[in-house]
Design a protein around this ligand. Structure first.
Ligand code: HEM
Length: 158
């Protein structure tokens, strides 16, 4: 199981390193679809709104258990708000109908935190753990991670 986890983490890092051509945020800070596109059944495979919402809750469970980064989230508080906004964000990323992301742009939200690539990758690892937790198909999970990965450019500032 340990080596499987390492493989997952390695996969995440590969995705991050090949993702620089893609864009998830316009210069004005609006979330937009990524290239390569997410397959049209990804939202359904995540279990629709119910599955997606549980996935974000699970992600935050792992983030708050993760000593590499949990203190940053604890310091800024507002975890409930973050869960809600991340639920909106991933729903938009997966093409959920009628959902609007109402939070700040990724660059504005993370600007003052001096987030490192290592901390960013810790969140990616926790995202894979959330997929395992909810038994999300590996391919479907990878599509979401690939869609979120380009935010690295807006979030990592150190
Ligand atoms: C793909 C990766 C990430 C995504 C999609 C993401 C998404 C978000 C979203 C949607 C918000 C809410 C914005 C708002 O309040 O309007 C937020 C805020 C925040 N994020 Fe991230 N984030 C990511 C990576 C990280 C990382 C790596 C860290 C730290 C290790 C981090 C720490 C925070 C904190 C502390 C806040 C709260 C800011 C505040 O309320 O002042 N995020 N993030």
């Amino acid at each position: 199981m340990k080596s499987f986890n390492r493989l997952l983490a390695g996969g995440a890092l590969c995705l991050l390193s090949i993702s620089t051509f893609a864009g998830s945020e316009t210069p004005e800070g609006k979330v937009q679809a990524t290239y390569p596109p997410i397959s049209s059944d990804a939202y359904e495979k995540f279990g629709g709104k119910y599955g997606m919402d549980r996935w974000v809750e699970s992600l935050f469970k792992y983030i708050m258990l993760d000593n590499r980064i949990n203190y940053i989230f604890a310091e800024h508080g507002k975890i409930d708000r973050q869960i809600k906004l991340n639920q909106q964000l991933v729903a938009v990323m997966l093409g959920a109908p009628g959902v609007e992301y109402q939070g700040a742009s990724m660059s504005a939200a993370h600007a003052e935190m001096g987030i490192t690539l290592t901390q960013f990758n810790a969140v990616v690892e926790d995202a894979y753990l959330a997929c395992e937790d909810l038994r999300t198909p590996y391919h479907t999970c990878n599509q979401l991670i690939a869609a979120l990965a380009p935010f690295k450019r807006s979030i990592v500032t150190r």
